[in-house]
Design a protein around this ligand. Sequence first.
Ligand SMILES: Nc1nc2c(c(=O)[nH]1)N[C@H]1C(S)=C(S)[C@@H](COP(=O)(O)O)O[C@H]1N2
Ligand SMILES: [Mo]
Length: 411
Amino acid sequence: MADQLDRRGLLKLGLAAGAAAGLALPRPAAATPSTLPERAKGLGRPVLDPAYGRPSGFEKDVVRRTWTKGPLEQASSMTPLADLKGIITPNGLHFERHHSGIPDLNPDTHRLVLHGLVRQPVVFTLDDLLRFPSVSRIWVMECSGNTNSEWAKPTRDSVQGTHGLISCCEWTGVPLSALLDEVGLLPEAHWVIAEGADSSAHVRSVPLIKALDDAIVAYAQNGEALRPEQGYPIRLFLPGFEGNMSVKWLRRLKVTAEPQYAREETAKYTDLLPGGKARLFSFEMDVKSVITRPSAGHRLLERGPREIVGLAWSGRGRITAVDVSTDGGLSWQPARLQEPVLSKCLTRFTLPWTWQGAPAILQSRAVDETGEVQPTRAQLVDARGVNSYYHYNAVQSWKVATGGEVSNVHV
Ligand SMILES: Nc1nc2c(c(=O)[nH]1)N[C@H]1C(S)=C(S)[C@@H](COP(=O)(O)O)O[C@H]1N2
Ligand SMILES: [Mo]
């Protein structure tokens, strides 16, 4: 009786044997288990080998990669988006962007100075920061240079190369508002200047309104201490803002009345518009999405049903919808959003698709809770011209050829 009920439940979900026939999988005559490899018959490796775990050797190609030319101390490395599942980026695969390499900081001697337009300046040790009430949030971080290769031509041959300057972790730290509360703000305070301890003396001006909203001084990612590449022992984390502002190896926060107009917010990280004016302080990352499977570099080996999967995000809040097109934008279908759907976080979307062997152009288009719709390439270029380097968020197109090869195209 219980069996029957279970079977009926399964049938309703479309998971029973009959329903699986839809995938047209090869069916052997008898269900024989595969033979064990010789090495699996003896003892396996013992515990603590290694004491800090790492992926199976068979996953050796799932690694960060760089497309940067020149010295690797001022390079970026990109997350292998096509091979990741869910929304969390494992720490060892978080993208990296350093302007002058990774400093080796000792948490026992590292200090954070908070001064400027405050009643009582403070020098915090890491232990001091750990005494404050902590928060943990799953947030995405995107470098505003992500996808900049696509302004001109579809040059990169993988989603790692086009969109891999984005990662999503659970970040833990102290709300910056708690630290500002501790030192006491003076009435003229409007900005917080953040400075890193690397030799580039990376500096960005943060509006006080953001500092008091959801900014944190983070000391952990995905449950463990920050990785050196991510700013060990502490970094600023500004959810939804361009990655450049989340200053790593944070050593100083100075409260001021005016922004600093530092190199990273004047010579760089501005967007030249067609009329000759430039956008300054383009903090928020616009709504964006990309199909990660299938994507450029893949080859579809089988015709028939499969799933299109991808990622969507917005620096302004939650994703409310993602539409997917398989005909280059002529028609669109709503994708399913996988739970959880969180604010300023990656959202995974899926759509069942049957590939019959005909050429196809796959696209995704995201909408966020402010109503902002991801633009087509033509709409983005229309609004911003082609002089910009940062903040490219247009719809991405992947072409599936008759032979199943997937490539990067502009339509
Ligand atoms: N101190 C410091 N902070 C920094 C940088 C840097 O070079 N030095 N790079 C910035 C840039 S451009 C980005 S996109 C993010 C990248 O963070 P990640 O390396 O943890 O991915 O850190 C930002 N914070
Ligand atoms: Mo960046």
